[in-house]
Design a protein around this ligand. Sequence first.
Ligand code: SAM
Ligand code: SF4
Length: 326
Amino acid sequence: MQLTDSVGRNINYLRLSVTDRCNMRCFYCMPKEGVASKGHEAILSYEELQLIAETAVGMGIEKIRITGGEPLVRAGIVDFLARLSAIPGLRHLALTTNGLLLADMATELYQAGVQRLNVSLDSLNPETFSKITRGGDLTRVLDGLDAAEKAGFPPPKINCVIMRGVNDAEIMSFAEMTRLRGSSIRFIEYMPVVKDEGWQRYCISGEEILQRIAASYPLEQVDKGPFAGPSRDYRIPGAVGSIGIITAVSGHFCSECNRIRVTSTGQAKGCLFSDEKTDLVPFLRPSDRDKLAEVLRGIVSGKPERHGISCNSYEHKNFLMAQIGG
Ligand code: SAM
Ligand code: SF4
């Protein structure tokens, strides 16, 4: 079964957030203080999240990515993932993490049936890393990457938000990880979600990132796999890993968007940057599978054709990335 939206995009990917809590405070994602986590009762139970996942897969979703906040801080996450991986028809289960707890959890995540990990890593310099994450310990993340491979995972994909004047001097070091470690890197354009005077100074387009790499290495385009999202992927000839750009701000993105999102409080969204969201809680408490499927279908058919943000204009919306899951 294929899920198609009103402009013909095949929607096969659900990003499911399991918590709004996080053990880091990346400055581009969360304000330093004043983020009240939602109360326990507002967060969907694992049973409710599983019902959403099963319903979505029954409608044609083939890939689920678990995200947060930081998904690995939620108690019981491994058992939940094991239940998700057993859903008939689900072809790909992935998880996005900041990697802080990965060294201890990699083996159980692998055994639970997670197929792929994305690890967010914005700097290879301990001081810059600590500044961006407001106190995060780079060593733990690097240990987590090693542990993931030892546990049997393919080299985790590394998500890297590049910000001018913060970490753009490290673009080449990240690109070289695709040769030296076999990691795949995806450079994500900075999105102005946290109110910050003069945020435009951080913006650096995916195109510029590619040009900087191409000044040192030739880049060949890589064919996309079946579950690839809207990244454009390249490879330094001979490198094992690939280099992708996710140009969420500068464009080339919306026409290939294949995803819907559900937050940990049960808000479903067709577009990260749209104000529109639908509360799924009335169809979960008590549960009504048919109605839930109907509402999810409505999210897909109402998915906006494109968002309206650019590096010159953006009206700050009332949301935090950690609440939606990126
Ligand atoms: N805590 C996990 C992590 O950091 O990987 C999962 C949740 S996090 C919200 C998911 C992704 O959103 C991360 O890769 C993060 O870099 C990205 N993200 C958060 N805020 C962003 C922003 N303002 N611009 C671009 N990407 C952002
Ligand atoms: Fe936490 Fe991930 Fe947001 Fe960083 S990007 S604050 S790790 S949710």
